[in-house]
Design a protein around this ligand. Structure first.
Ligand SMILES: C[S@@+](CC[C@H](N)C(=O)[O-])C[C@H]1O[C@@H](n2cnc3c(N)ncnc32)[C@H](O)[C@@H]1O
Ligand code: SF4
Length: 402
C-alpha cells in the first residue's frame, strides 16, 4: 500500500526535532573535499581536477587553518563543539581522498577538541569511477576509520545518458560499486537525476532503474531534477516541464510503494534512515562547515549567522539572519519536508493567520497540500513539492505585508 505523505516521522527525526535552540553548541560538521577525477558537464559545485597529489596534500594541511578560523568564530560567538553527531564529507568526490588522508584529518579534529559521538552518522560521498580495482577493500578501509554511511552518485543506468552527462564511470563500475557496498553491509544512499537531456530519445526508464537498485539494499535515495544554466551544453535537449513532472511523480509513487518515505522534496528514506546531517540544515540547526566554498550555519534562539568560505582563499564571509529572515527561511525549509508547517506557530496576528490558513486551504483544494485534521498544519503533497517555488512566492507575498 502506498504510504501516506503524512506518515509520522521516525523516532530519529523526532529526536532531532526535540533538540533545543537554547543550547548554542554545534554537533554537526560538513567538510568540502573539492577534487574530482573528471568534471561532469552539468555540475555547479565548487570542484577541480588536482594537478598532482601535492594539491591534495596542500588541501589536507589547509584543513588545519580552516579549523583554527572556525574555532575562532565559534569562540567569538560563545559556542563550542559537542561530540559530533553528524560528520559529512561532501564534494567534489571525497572517495578520491585516501583513507590515510582522511584518518589524519580525524586525528586533527581531536587536536581541536572535536570528538566523534559514539552514535555519529559519518557520511562519505563516493563516485563509482573512483573506487579502484578493489572497491570492497577501499570501502572497508573507510569504514575502519569510522565512516558508516556512503552516498553514491549514480545519476542514471542509461548508458547513452551517462555519456551525455559526461560521467567519469561506466555502468559496469556502478554495478561493481553496488556489489561492494552490499558486501560490506553498510548503510548507503544512491543519487539519481531526472529531467536528463534527450530522455525520451534514449528511452530512459526511471522506474526500471529504481527497480534495479532496489534489488540491492540502499536505505535512501536522493533524486534531483537536473538544474542547468541556459549556456548548458545540452540546454535545448532538456525535456519539457510536463515530462519532468511525470517522471518525478512516478518516482515518488514508486518509492513510497516500496516503503520509502518521501521526506524531503528530493529525498526518500526507509524508516529511521533519513539523512541526519541534512535534517540539521532543513531544521535550521547549527552545522559547522570547512573547506573551499563550504557554508555553515550557527543558530541561536531567534537569529542565526551563516558563514561561507571563499573558493580560493581561507577566509569566510558572514551573513546575519535576523528574526524575520530566519522565520521566512524556516517556512521555506519546512515546506520542503513532509513534516510541513503549522501556521499557528508563526506568532501571526489573527488577521494574518486567517490569510495563511486561506492560502493553505487553497493549496489543499488543488491537491498540492494536506491539512492535519483539527490543526492549521499543512504539508505539501509530491505535486506540491514540484510547485514549491510558486507556493513560496504566495507565502512571500503575504509575508511582506506583516
Ligand atoms: C557532490 S555530488 C556526489 C558525489 C560525486 N561527486 C558524484 O557525482 O558521483 C552530489 C550530487 O549532486 C547532484 N547534482 C550535481 N549537479 C547537479 C545539477 N546541476 N542538478 C541537479 N543535481 C545535481 C548529483 O546527483 C550528485 O550525485
Ligand atoms: S563527479 Fe560529482 S562533484 Fe564532480 S563534477 Fe561530477 S557531479 Fe560534480
Amino acid at each position: 500500500m502506498i504510504r501516506n505523505i503524512l506518515d509520522s516521522y521516525s523516532s530519529v527525526v523526532q529526536d532531532q526535532l526535540s533538540e533545543s535552540f537554547a543550547n548554542p553548541n554545534v554537533s554537526s560538521l560538513y567538510v568540502h573535499f573539492p577534487f574530482c577525477k573528471h568534471l561532469c558537464n552539468y555540475c555547479d559545485f565548487y570542484k577541480k581536477i588536482p594537478s598532482s597529489s601535492y594539491e591534495i596534500e596542500q588541501f589536507e594541511s589547509d584543513l588545519d587553518r580552516y579549523l583554527k578560523l572556525n574555532d575562532f568564530l565559534l569562540k567569538e560567538q560563545k559556542m563550542s563543539f559537542l561530540p559530533l553527531k553528524t560528520l559529512y564529507i561532501g564534494g567534489g568526490t571525497p572517495s578520491l581522498w585516501s583513507p590515510i588522508g582522511l584518518k589524519k584529518f580525524l586525528n586533527k579534529l581531536a587536536t581541536h577538541e572535536i570528538n566523534l559521538a559514539s552514535d555519529i552518522e559519518f557520511t562519505l560521498e563516493i563516485n563509482p569511477g573512483t573506487l579502484g580495482d578493489h572497491p570492497r577493500e577501499l570501502l572497508l578501509e573507510f569504514m575502519d576509520i569510522g565512516v558508516n554511511r556512503f552516498s553514491m552518485g549514480a545519476q542514471t543506468l542509461n548508458p547513452e545518458l551517462l555519456l551525455m552527462l559526461d560521467r567519469v564511470h561506466s555502468l559496469e563500475e556502478v554495478y561493481q560499486s553496488l556489489e561492494a557496498l552490499e558486501s560490506t553491509d553498510c548503510n548507503y544512499s544512491v543519487d539519481l537525476m531526472l529531467g536528463l537531456p534527450e530522455s525520451s530519445k534514449h528511452n530512459r526508464n526511471i522506474i526500471s532503474e529504481l527497480d534495479f537498485f532496489l534489488k540491492y539494499r540502499p536505505s535512501h535515495f536522493s533524486v534531483y531534477i537536473l538544474t542547468t544554466k541556459n549556456n548548458y551544453k545540452h540546454f535545448t535537449l532538456l525535456p519539457s516541464e510536463e515530462y519532468i513532472e511525470q517522471e518525478y511523480l512516478e518516482v515518488s509513487d514508486h518509492l513510497r510503494f516500496r516503503g520509502f518515505n518521501h521526506y524531503e522534496v528530493s529525498n526518500f528514506a526507509l524508516d529511521k534512515k533519513e539523512s541526519k546531517h541534512n535534517m540539521q540544515y532543513w531544521l535550521s540547526r547549527s552545522v559547522a562547515a570547512i573547506g573551499p566554498s563550504a557554508t555553515g550555519l550557527l543558530r541561536f534562539l531567534d537569529f542565526a549567522l551563516r558563514y561561507k568560505w571563499a573558493p580560493q582563499q581561507i577566509i569566510y564571509e558572514i551573513e546575519n539572519l535576523d528574526k524575520k529572515t530566519l522565520q521566512l527561511e524556516n517556512i521555506y525549509l519546512k515546506l520542503r519536508l513532509n513534516l510541513g508547517i503549522d501556521f499557528s506557530d508563526l506568532n501571526l496576528s489573527p488577521i494574518d493567520l486567517t490569510k495563511f490558513i486561506d492560502l493553505g486551504e487553497s493549496w489543499c483544494s488543488k491537491g498540492l497540500a494536506h491539512k492535519d485534521p483539527g490543526t492549521h498544519k499543512i504539508s505539501l503533497t509530491p505535486r506540491g513539492f514540484l510547485l514549491q517555488d510558486n507556493l513560496l512566492g504566495d507565502i512571500f507575498r503575504e509575508f511582506k505585508h506583516i
